[in-house]
Design a protein around this ligand. Structure first.
Ligand SMILES: N[C@@H](CCC(=O)N[C@@H](CS)C(=O)NCC(=O)O)C(=O)O
Length: 202
């Protein structure tokens, strides 16, 4: 498998999942600042992934899989013994999907205006919208070490990735001690350390 990624972007979650899976994979960096986006060897990324964004996963059969929530579950299902996702068809699996969708639509996409918003008002509004979502996550992580309880799942990899963005947008999680503790706990996992190092984030 080959992961198309950009350092610290949402593709970090897929990178962490790959590291945690123990499966062989390669990485290809995409320059999201270039217009059009290009890969490290100068290829127009749109020719690889018409959606133009990361993550994208080239499967061993040559197909391209996109959308973080789908990629994360695909990776988890390739290494079931690592328990990165509950078994398909169980209620717990739907709980995982519930968290993945919540993180994608309510957390991830509310961070976007804080990166790309044209005014401080737009950025402040996005941060304000995030507050009840972060409060809900805080409540969940006060009660359990990971989103699904135990063990660590791909939903945790995705949430961890989004929480890391607070440092890029100069916002603090000080009001959410359980989120800070979660961030620290996840950052210490060997698979996470491996991915952070590979992306030059530590
Ligand atoms: N719906 C996509 C969104 C992915 C996404 O937002 N990727 C961002 C990085 S975090 C990106 O590549 N942005 C560049 C662009 O849209 O041009 C998913 O869930 O995977």
């Amino acid at each position: 498998m080959k992961l198309y990624y950009s350092s610290g972007a949402c593709s970090l979650a897929s990178h962490i999942a790959l590291s945690a899976s123990g499966l062989p994979f390669t990485l290809e960096k995409v320059n999201l600042r270039a217009n059009p986006h290009t890969t490290a060897d100068g290829v127009d990324y749109a020719a690889i992934n018409p959606k133009g964004y990361v993550p994208a996963l080239r499967l061993d059969n040559g197909e391209l899989l996109t959308e973080g929530a789908a990629i994360l579950q695909y990776i988890a299902d390739q290494a079931p013994e690592k328990q990165l996702a509950p078994a398909n068809g169980t209620l717990e699996r739907y709980r995982l999907q519930e968290w993945l969708n919540f993180i994608a639509t309510e957390v991830h996409k509310n961070f976007s205006p804080m990166f790309f918003g044209k005014t401080e008002e737009v950025k402040d509004d996005a941060w304000a919208r995030l507050q009840p979502r972060l409060a809900l996550l805080q409540q969940r992580l006060e009660a359990s070490p990971y989103l699904l309880g135990e063990p660590f799942s791909v939903a945790d990899a995705y949430l961890f990735t989004c929480l890391c963005w607070t440092q890029y947008v100069q916002r603090s999680l000080a009001d959410y001690p359980a989120l800070l503790a979660f961030q620290k706990r996840v950052a210490e996992l060997p698979a996470v350390q491996q991915a952070l190092k590979a992306e030059d984030l530590i």
